[in-house]
Design a protein. Structure first.
Length: 276
Protein backbone atom coordinates (compact mmCIF):
# COMPACT_ATOMS: atom_id res chain seq x y z
CA UNK A 1 0.00 0.00 0.00
CA UNK A 2 1.03 3.52 -0.58
CA UNK A 3 0.56 5.30 2.70
CA UNK A 4 -2.75 7.17 3.12
CA UNK A 5 -1.80 10.41 1.45
CA UNK A 6 0.08 8.98 -1.50
CA UNK A 7 -2.50 6.22 -1.78
CA UNK A 8 -5.18 8.90 -1.95
CA UNK A 9 -3.24 10.55 -4.71
CA UNK A 10 -2.96 7.37 -6.73
CA UNK A 11 -6.59 6.78 -5.94
CA UNK A 12 -7.69 10.22 -6.93
CA UNK A 13 -5.94 9.40 -9.51
CA UNK A 14 -6.49 10.43 -5.53
CA UNK A 15 -6.37 9.86 -2.10
CA UNK A 16 -3.51 10.71 -3.52
CA UNK A 17 -2.24 11.79 -2.95
CA UNK A 18 -1.06 15.09 -2.18
CA UNK A 19 2.88 18.01 -4.52
CA UNK A 20 6.10 21.69 -4.16
CA UNK A 21 7.05 23.63 -7.23
CA UNK A 22 7.23 21.25 -10.12
CA UNK A 23 8.64 21.72 -13.61
CA UNK A 24 7.15 19.40 -16.17
CA UNK A 25 8.84 18.80 -19.52
CA UNK A 26 6.27 18.80 -22.27
CA UNK A 27 6.54 16.77 -25.44
CA UNK A 28 2.95 17.48 -26.33
CA UNK A 29 1.44 19.76 -28.93
CA UNK A 30 -0.66 22.58 -27.49
CA UNK A 31 -4.20 22.14 -28.72
CA UNK A 32 -6.89 24.79 -28.89
CA UNK A 33 -8.57 25.59 -25.57
CA UNK A 34 -11.89 24.16 -26.76
CA UNK A 35 -10.36 20.89 -27.96
CA UNK A 36 -8.33 20.48 -24.77
CA UNK A 37 -11.38 21.14 -22.58
CA UNK A 38 -13.20 18.28 -24.28
CA UNK A 39 -10.12 16.05 -24.25
CA UNK A 40 -9.54 16.44 -20.50
CA UNK A 41 -13.20 15.77 -19.69
CA UNK A 42 -14.04 12.13 -19.06
CA UNK A 43 -13.22 9.06 -17.00
CA UNK A 44 -9.53 8.19 -16.62
CA UNK A 45 -7.99 4.98 -15.27
CA UNK A 46 -4.50 4.62 -13.87
CA UNK A 47 -2.06 2.27 -15.56
CA UNK A 48 -0.60 0.86 -12.35
CA UNK A 49 2.19 -0.89 -14.27
CA UNK A 50 3.47 2.54 -15.35
CA UNK A 51 4.17 3.82 -11.81
CA UNK A 52 7.79 4.88 -11.46
CA UNK A 53 9.73 7.21 -9.21
CA UNK A 54 11.37 7.57 -5.83
CA UNK A 55 9.64 4.66 -4.10
CA UNK A 56 11.28 3.83 -0.79
CA UNK A 57 11.36 0.21 0.39
CA UNK A 58 9.15 -0.62 3.38
CA UNK A 59 10.79 -1.90 6.55
CA UNK A 60 8.77 -3.99 9.02
CA UNK A 61 9.94 -4.80 12.54
CA UNK A 62 7.60 -7.21 14.33
CA UNK A 63 9.09 -8.77 17.43
CA UNK A 64 7.98 -9.57 20.99
CA UNK A 65 4.38 -8.56 20.29
CA UNK A 66 5.28 -5.10 18.93
CA UNK A 67 4.64 -3.94 15.34
CA UNK A 68 6.54 -1.17 13.60
CA UNK A 69 6.51 -0.08 9.96
CA UNK A 70 9.28 2.23 8.74
CA UNK A 71 9.73 5.17 11.13
CA UNK A 72 6.16 5.10 12.42
CA UNK A 73 5.51 4.73 16.12
CA UNK A 74 5.71 1.15 17.43
CA UNK A 75 2.29 -0.33 18.27
CA UNK A 76 1.48 -3.26 20.54
CA UNK A 77 0.12 -6.09 18.42
CA UNK A 78 -2.61 -7.03 20.89
CA UNK A 79 -5.68 -6.34 18.74
CA UNK A 80 -6.58 -3.20 20.69
CA UNK A 81 -6.71 0.36 19.44
CA UNK A 82 -3.70 2.48 20.41
CA UNK A 83 -3.10 6.20 19.76
CA UNK A 84 -0.54 7.03 17.08
CA UNK A 85 0.95 10.33 16.00
CA UNK A 86 -1.74 11.94 13.90
CA UNK A 87 -0.98 13.08 10.36
CA UNK A 88 -4.64 13.95 9.87
CA UNK A 89 -5.32 10.59 8.23
CA UNK A 90 -4.88 8.15 11.14
CA UNK A 91 -4.82 8.77 14.90
CA UNK A 92 -5.61 5.27 16.26
CA UNK A 93 -4.33 1.90 15.14
CA UNK A 94 -4.99 -1.73 15.99
CA UNK A 95 -2.60 -4.55 15.04
CA UNK A 96 -3.48 -8.25 15.28
CA UNK A 97 -1.04 -11.05 14.54
CA UNK A 98 -3.26 -13.76 13.07
CA UNK A 99 -0.47 -16.22 12.21
CA UNK A 100 3.12 -16.40 11.00
CA UNK A 101 1.86 -15.30 7.58
CA UNK A 102 -1.01 -12.86 8.31
CA UNK A 103 -1.16 -9.56 10.21
CA UNK A 104 -4.24 -7.34 10.29
CA UNK A 105 -4.25 -3.56 10.77
CA UNK A 106 -7.20 -1.26 11.51
CA UNK A 107 -6.77 2.51 11.21
CA UNK A 108 -9.18 5.09 12.61
CA UNK A 109 -9.31 8.86 12.62
CA UNK A 110 -11.43 10.88 15.04
CA UNK A 111 -13.28 7.70 16.03
CA UNK A 112 -14.20 6.68 12.47
CA UNK A 113 -12.90 3.74 10.50
CA UNK A 114 -10.45 4.99 7.86
CA UNK A 115 -8.48 1.99 6.54
CA UNK A 116 -7.99 -1.71 7.04
CA UNK A 117 -4.94 -3.59 5.81
CA UNK A 118 -4.41 -7.35 5.70
CA UNK A 119 -0.73 -8.20 5.25
CA UNK A 120 -0.51 -11.68 3.74
CA UNK A 121 2.84 -13.41 3.31
CA UNK A 122 3.33 -16.05 0.61
CA UNK A 123 4.17 -19.62 1.72
CA UNK A 124 7.83 -19.16 0.69
CA UNK A 125 8.03 -15.91 2.67
CA UNK A 126 9.34 -13.84 -0.24
CA UNK A 127 6.16 -12.05 -1.40
CA UNK A 128 4.00 -9.76 0.75
CA UNK A 129 0.55 -8.63 -0.41
CA UNK A 130 -1.21 -5.71 1.26
CA UNK A 131 -5.01 -6.02 0.91
CA UNK A 132 -6.15 -2.44 1.55
CA UNK A 133 -9.67 -1.13 2.13
CA UNK A 134 -10.37 2.60 2.39
CA UNK A 135 -13.53 3.95 4.02
CA UNK A 136 -12.68 7.65 3.66
CA UNK A 137 -14.86 8.50 0.67
CA UNK A 138 -17.78 10.88 1.18
CA UNK A 139 -20.28 8.14 0.26
CA UNK A 140 -18.89 5.83 2.96
CA UNK A 141 -18.49 2.93 0.53
CA UNK A 142 -15.35 0.80 0.68
CA UNK A 143 -12.67 1.21 -1.99
CA UNK A 144 -10.23 -1.68 -2.27
CA UNK A 145 -6.74 -2.08 -3.64
CA UNK A 146 -3.67 -4.27 -3.38
CA UNK A 147 0.06 -3.69 -3.20
CA UNK A 148 2.54 -6.50 -3.84
CA UNK A 149 6.08 -6.37 -2.45
CA UNK A 150 9.14 -8.61 -2.79
CA UNK A 151 11.61 -9.23 -0.01
CA UNK A 152 15.01 -7.55 -0.20
CA UNK A 153 17.72 -9.40 1.69
CA UNK A 154 17.29 -12.09 4.31
CA UNK A 155 14.45 -12.38 6.85
CA UNK A 156 15.09 -10.94 10.31
CA UNK A 157 16.13 -13.73 12.68
CA UNK A 158 13.99 -14.28 15.76
CA UNK A 159 11.22 -11.98 14.51
CA UNK A 160 7.82 -12.45 12.86
CA UNK A 161 8.19 -13.63 9.25
CA UNK A 162 6.93 -10.29 7.89
CA UNK A 163 9.93 -8.54 9.42
CA UNK A 164 12.50 -7.27 6.95
CA UNK A 165 12.80 -4.92 3.97
CA UNK A 166 10.34 -4.99 1.08
CA UNK A 167 10.28 -3.45 -2.40
CA UNK A 168 7.01 -2.61 -4.13
CA UNK A 169 6.57 -4.48 -7.41
CA UNK A 170 2.87 -4.11 -8.18
CA UNK A 171 -0.30 -2.16 -7.42
CA UNK A 172 -3.93 -3.02 -8.17
CA UNK A 173 -6.49 -0.19 -8.10
CA UNK A 174 -10.26 -0.40 -7.71
CA UNK A 175 -12.26 1.03 -10.62
CA UNK A 176 -13.90 3.28 -8.01
CA UNK A 177 -10.54 5.06 -7.91
CA UNK A 178 -10.88 6.18 -11.55
CA UNK A 179 -10.49 9.94 -11.96
CA UNK A 180 -13.57 11.67 -13.34
CA UNK A 181 -12.32 14.96 -14.79
CA UNK A 182 -14.37 17.90 -16.04
CA UNK A 183 -12.88 20.99 -17.66
CA UNK A 184 -15.01 23.82 -18.93
CA UNK A 185 -13.37 27.19 -19.46
CA UNK A 186 -11.85 28.16 -16.11
CA UNK A 187 -13.73 25.52 -14.13
CA UNK A 188 -12.06 22.22 -13.33
CA UNK A 189 -13.16 19.28 -11.20
CA UNK A 190 -11.55 15.98 -10.27
CA UNK A 191 -13.58 13.33 -8.46
CA UNK A 192 -13.98 9.59 -8.00
CA UNK A 193 -17.12 7.46 -7.84
CA UNK A 194 -17.03 7.77 -4.04
CA UNK A 195 -17.27 11.58 -4.31
CA UNK A 196 -13.66 12.23 -3.26
CA UNK A 197 -12.19 15.27 -4.97
CA UNK A 198 -12.96 18.91 -5.61
CA UNK A 199 -14.53 21.53 -7.89
CA UNK A 200 -12.29 24.55 -8.46
CA UNK A 201 -11.77 27.73 -10.45
CA UNK A 202 -8.48 27.70 -12.34
CA UNK A 203 -6.37 30.45 -10.83
CA UNK A 204 -8.85 30.89 -7.99
CA UNK A 205 -8.71 30.35 -4.24
CA UNK A 206 -7.92 26.93 -2.72
CA UNK A 207 -10.98 24.69 -2.31
CA UNK A 208 -11.84 21.87 0.09
CA UNK A 209 -10.79 18.39 -0.97
CA UNK A 210 -13.80 16.19 -0.13
CA UNK A 211 -12.83 12.83 1.33
CA UNK A 212 -9.47 14.04 2.67
CA UNK A 213 -9.53 13.76 6.44
CA UNK A 214 -6.49 15.99 6.99
CA UNK A 215 -8.19 19.17 5.74
CA UNK A 216 -6.18 19.53 2.53
CA UNK A 217 -7.27 22.28 0.13
CA UNK A 218 -6.53 22.18 -3.59
CA UNK A 219 -5.46 25.17 -5.69
CA UNK A 220 -5.54 24.79 -9.47
CA UNK A 221 -3.52 26.50 -12.18
CA UNK A 222 -3.12 25.83 -15.89
CA UNK A 223 0.25 27.06 -17.23
CA UNK A 224 -0.67 25.73 -20.68
CA UNK A 225 -3.89 24.45 -22.27
CA UNK A 226 -2.55 20.88 -22.09
CA UNK A 227 -1.39 21.08 -18.45
CA UNK A 228 -3.35 21.21 -15.18
CA UNK A 229 -1.38 21.68 -11.93
CA UNK A 230 -2.92 20.98 -8.52
CA UNK A 231 -1.13 22.36 -5.46
CA UNK A 232 -2.36 20.80 -2.23
CA UNK A 233 -2.19 22.97 0.87
CA UNK A 234 -2.32 21.52 4.38
CA UNK A 235 -4.69 22.77 7.05
CA UNK A 236 -1.75 24.92 8.25
CA UNK A 237 -1.43 26.53 4.81
CA UNK A 238 1.86 24.85 3.85
CA UNK A 239 2.36 23.11 0.54
CA UNK A 240 1.89 19.36 0.94
CA UNK A 241 2.38 18.32 -2.65
CA UNK A 242 2.02 19.35 -6.26
CA UNK A 243 0.28 17.13 -8.80
CA UNK A 244 0.33 17.72 -12.55
CA UNK A 245 -1.82 16.29 -15.33
CA UNK A 246 -0.27 16.66 -18.78
CA UNK A 247 -2.43 15.74 -21.76
CA UNK A 248 -0.47 13.78 -24.36
CA UNK A 249 -0.79 14.49 -28.11
CA UNK A 250 -3.13 11.51 -28.65
CA UNK A 251 -5.58 13.18 -26.20
CA UNK A 252 -6.32 9.73 -24.79
CA UNK A 253 -3.39 9.61 -22.36
CA UNK A 254 -2.41 11.78 -19.41
CA UNK A 255 1.03 11.79 -17.83
CA UNK A 256 0.61 12.40 -14.10
CA UNK A 257 3.60 13.67 -12.13
CA UNK A 258 3.72 14.38 -8.42
CA UNK A 259 6.14 15.46 -5.73
CA UNK A 260 5.06 14.50 -2.22
CA UNK A 261 5.83 15.65 1.32
CA UNK A 262 8.87 17.21 2.95
CA UNK A 263 11.17 14.65 1.32
CA UNK A 264 9.91 15.77 -2.11
CA UNK A 265 9.56 12.21 -3.34
CA UNK A 266 8.53 12.06 -6.97
CA UNK A 267 6.17 9.70 -8.78
CA UNK A 268 5.10 9.48 -12.41
CA UNK A 269 2.38 7.32 -13.93
CA UNK A 270 -0.03 7.34 -16.87
CA UNK A 271 -3.80 7.53 -17.08
CA UNK A 272 -5.85 6.25 -20.03
CA UNK A 273 -9.22 7.65 -21.06
CA UNK A 274 -12.06 5.14 -20.99
CA UNK A 275 -14.50 4.95 -23.90
CA UNK A 276 -18.01 5.67 -22.68
Amino acid sequence: MIRPKENCRIARVACGARIIALAVLSIGVVASAETTDEAFTGRWRIDTASITGDIKPTVFRVRDGVFRRDDNRAVKADGRLHPVSSDGYVDEQSISIESDHVIKEIDKVRGKLAYTVDYVLSPDGDTLTWHVASYTGPDGQVVRGETVQRRIGSPSKGAHLISGTWKRVGVTADSRQDMILKLHGNRFSSRTDSGSGFDAIIGGDPVKFDGDNSGVRAQITSPRPDLIVETDLSARGTVDDVFSLELMPDQKTIRATGVYGPEKRSTTFYLHKLVE
